[in-house]
Design a protein around this ligand. Sequence first.
Ligand SMILES: CC(=O)N[C@H]1[C@@H](OP(=O)(O)OP(=O)(O)OC[C@H]2O[C@@H](n3ccc(=O)[nH]c3=O)[C@H](O)[C@@H]2O)O[C@H](CO)[C@@H](O)[C@@H]1O[C@H](C)C(=O)N[C@@H](C)C(=O)N[C@H](CCC(=O)O)C(=O)O
Ligand SMILES: Nc1ncnc2c1ncn2[C@@H]1O[C@H](COP(=O)(O)OP(=O)(O)OP(=O)(O)O)[C@@H](O)[C@H]1O
Ligand SMILES: N[C@H](CCC[C@H](N)C(=O)O)C(=O)O
Ligand SMILES: [Mg+2]
Length: 493
Amino acid sequence: MKLKDILEGAEFESGNNLEDVEIKGIAYNSQKVEAGYLFVAIEGFKTDGHKYIASAIENGASAIVLQKEVEGIPAEMPVIKVSNSREMLAKLACSFCGDPSSKLNLIGITGTNGKTTTTYLTRAIFEEIGHKVGIIGTIGNLIGNKVVDTNTTTPESLELQESFCSMIDNEVDTAVMEVSSHALDLNRVDYSDFKVGVFTNLSVDHLDYHKTIDNYLEAKKKLFYRTSEFNVINGDDPYGQKIIDEIKSLETPLLIYGIDSEEYDLYATDIVMKPEGVSYKMHTPMGSINIELNIPGLFSVYNSLAAASIAYASAYSGRVKLTLKDIKSGLEKLSGVKGRFEVVPTGKDFSVIIDFAHTPDALEKVLKSIKEFAKGRIVALFGAGGDRDSSKRAPMGEIAAKYADFCVVTSDNPRTEDPAKIIEDVLAGVKREGGEYVAIVDRREAIEYAVKNAKPDDIILLAGKGHETYLILGETKHHFDEREIVREALLKI
Ligand SMILES: CC(=O)N[C@H]1[C@@H](OP(=O)(O)OP(=O)(O)OC[C@H]2O[C@@H](n3ccc(=O)[nH]c3=O)[C@H](O)[C@@H]2O)O[C@H](CO)[C@@H](O)[C@@H]1O[C@H](C)C(=O)N[C@@H](C)C(=O)N[C@H](CCC(=O)O)C(=O)O
Ligand SMILES: Nc1ncnc2c1ncn2[C@@H]1O[C@H](COP(=O)(O)OP(=O)(O)OP(=O)(O)O)[C@@H](O)[C@H]1O
Ligand SMILES: N[C@H](CCC[C@H](N)C(=O)O)C(=O)O
Ligand SMILES: [Mg+2]
């Protein structure tokens, strides 16, 4: 492709030698540059892509995008100087891939908790009415039936645009994606053509990156200025209300969902919590219907209301044809989402649940949900990730001590931090609340301890790792599947 063509409409500070340059591909990592590639130098958090321009040229780069002056670039090399390389990467990736998201019903879901679950519930509804759905998110990217592993919840713009393109090639028409606050802040979703934007909730997380909750909210809010057909907001969340106040004057119409008010566009009544799911009456502009979900917890009511709102928005915009019964049968077909309130069979008189709660809010929600049907003790086994927001550690300890009968405090991806120090931070909260606990650094030993000491009717919650089948120690990922570990621990008792 001609560089001039992919640069059409792009703004840049200066550009030289741009005539007749052919581009075979784009890379923002010098190690991925091949002959004829355009290299985009990004100033990162760990290193600076500008340092690798020479090595990109050695690997065959035919043009460079940069954000600051770099010495030693051959005079004949095509160079484009921009004010923000990440934004330019998104623009170039979008043009190079032929603006694929404009051809998709692209739905973006943001919020601290519930994004992954809501993407799967949404897919279930759209599949029910015969659409082919792609997912981009924490568990991986699903393009048709192909699963692509990912490092981050929302990929870098280049990989994102490539995924959209691959969806089009595989006749996917609907893409449901998780949009993280990092992605909104770091231009990963610039030039993504969102039809619907969704806000689930906001609570403490990622403050290592955003510093304040207000900055975190600002990042999340950006999504709702980029949507063309509908914004869908949880009206029960205080930050949701702030967003509603701010965006209600936008041209993009707004749908509000929640439980607390019958004024919302979609709301729930008659909620009944059960160990194996939750049932409720869903009220929508299309009428009311009873729903029986297979994922327990009050948060499942919220997530399914969000999914139903998305489906309704797409029907209203004329993108899909659907009835209330389609929404019901889609939602009810989903048997669960890996690592979200996942019950591990024990064959014993106690239960084990694996859940991805890794924030104070999620931990509180999941423990409260378990309390609704627990007959015996609740044992919470959890830790907190290293090299991540440390302000959530003590509050997680406090919440676990408050809602569980016993805490097993252990490691959760310590990364490059000292696991014992992270546990100390968590224990500060447990102790403040006066909770009973044991601290065991090795997560496998901790699980074995919980299983070995289980009493009849106990519910053991393994929180924080959810779908993950690894443990990150230092910079290395070790295989670690809690389902396997529970099975092995059961054999030992
Ligand atoms: C803080 C953050 O988000 N960092 C992301 C960012 O890294 P960075 O820009 O700091 O990159 P860097 O390592 O400093 O390198 C700078 C540049 O030099 C380049 N380079 C580097 C080495 C080399 O030899 N040659 C070369 O060209 C790199 O390719 C890069 O372009 O860009 C990278 C490429 O896209 C990401 O992989 C990386 O995510 C890291 C892995 C990460 O942990 N991110 C987390 C915090 C994250 O994004 N989380 C969110 C939220 C999760 C949720 O709420 O669900 C997510 O979306 O997953
Ligand atoms: N709507 C919700 N509100 C609060 N907590 C929720 C909600 N939905 C799920 N949870 C809890 O949060 C955990 C994570 O849920 P999920 O993976 O759907 O969220 P996420 O937003 O994708 O998280 P991440 O940011 O890590 O990708 C669940 O395992 C559950 O404990
Ligand atoms: N999306 C979350 C995942 C956290 C999962 C938990 N197991 C941890 O490692 O802290 C994050 O990037 O903070
Ligand atoms: Mg997720």
